[in-house]
Design a protein around this ligand. Structure first.
Ligand SMILES: C[S@@+](CC[C@H](N)C(=O)[O-])C[C@H]1O[C@@H](n2cnc3c(N)ncnc32)[C@H](O)[C@@H]1O
Length: 286
């Protein structure tokens, strides 16, 4: 497995969870994946890079994040964005300016600068963490690697719920919405109707992740969806995040059992454990 890490640090990002979805891709075999709350698009990047699906459509409502992906996915945009990242003399200062308006290149440059110099990768008002996560060479390398698969990715700036409702029959969807009660502090667009999202799952090749709260699990079970818990350890500073996977027919996902046997199934960059800490070698900042 080739871990295709996103250049964006994303609060709640799924780069460490994405490898667990391989059996789901093997089961439904849809050629196209929709990642309807794209953010850093971890699942799409891994799935397309490893041939789990032919193409992926990223749907994102935040205009600066969408502009970032438009730049990364076009040869000219990528070239100019990489040049900006390479020559940005004051990333923290640049990130504090404005809100990511302007043309795509300006918005994309703001997005990556803000994302990699603010606490937790937040694009809203978060305060700066300085240059600790401003790693231009690594960011550029990731963008260049995405360039190799860019012809199989596209970005739609718009609403993820609308995209789910219009999901073509040949497509699967991975859904990672801003979590209720949490997302408001993390994303610039966070208010979504979770019951509407859940209602769109039955009858579709679609799974999603949520924070493990009774309201979501109860609403999902009420419409016949399966709910399986898992625990994600993001790094040594954060408490383990208790989440649930929701969808139809989740027999392929062993949740906590997988967590217990992570050595067998995880690539180096992936940390999922029941409650324990990941090994030190795995606790590297993404
Ligand atoms: C939890 S993050 C996704 C993280 C992603 N799974 C990853 O691995 O990086 C949720 C994303 O949904 C976006 N978003 C919020 N409301 C949306 C909407 N109505 N439609 C599409 N995207 C939305 C947010 O801007 C944010 O980027």
């Amino acid at each position: 497995m080739n871990p295709m890490l996103s250049p964006l640090r994303y609060p709640g990002g799924k780069s460490k969870f994405a490898p667990l979805l391989l059996p789901w891709f093997q089961q439904h075999r849809q050629p196209v994946l929709f990642e309807t709350f794209a953010g850093g698009a971890s699942v799409s990047l891994l799935a397309v890079a490893n041939g789990w699906c032919e193409r992926a459509v990223l749907v994102e409502r935040d205009p600066a994040v969408a502009a970032f992906w438009r730049c990364v996915l076009s040869p000219r945009g990528r070239f100019r964005l990489i040049n900006n990242i390479r020559t940005l003399s004051d990333a923290v200062g640049r990130a504090q300016e404005g809100e990511g308006q302007g043309d795509d290149l300006s918005a994309a440059t703001w997005c990556i600068a803000r994302n990699r110099t603010s606490f937790g990768g937040k694009l809203g008002k978060a305060g700066t963490c300085g240059y600790a996560r401003w790693t231009p060479a690594r960011t550029i390398e990731r963008i260049e690697r995405i360039g190799l698969i860019a012809s199989r990715l596209c970005i739609v700036e718009g609403d993820g719920i609308d995209a789910l409702k219009a999901l073509p029959p040949t497509a699967a969807a991975f859904i990672d919405p801003p979590y209720p009660g949490v997302g408001e502090n993390l994303y610039r667009h966070a208010l979504v109707d979770h019951s509407e999202i859940l209602q769109s799952l039955p009858g579709r090749a679609a799974v999603g992740t949520w924070n493990d709260i009774p309201e979501i699990a109860t609403a999902a079970r009420a419409i016949g969806l399966a709910v399986k818990p898992f625990v994600l350890v993001s790094n040594r500073f954060n408490a383990p995040s208790r989440e649930v996977l929701i969808g139809e027919n989740l027999g392929w996902f062993s949740g906590n059992e997988i967590a217990k046997s992570r050595k067998k199934i995880t690539p180096e960059s992936f940390q999922l454990s029941l409650f324990g800490e990941a090994p030190r070698s795995e606790r590297m900042a993404a």
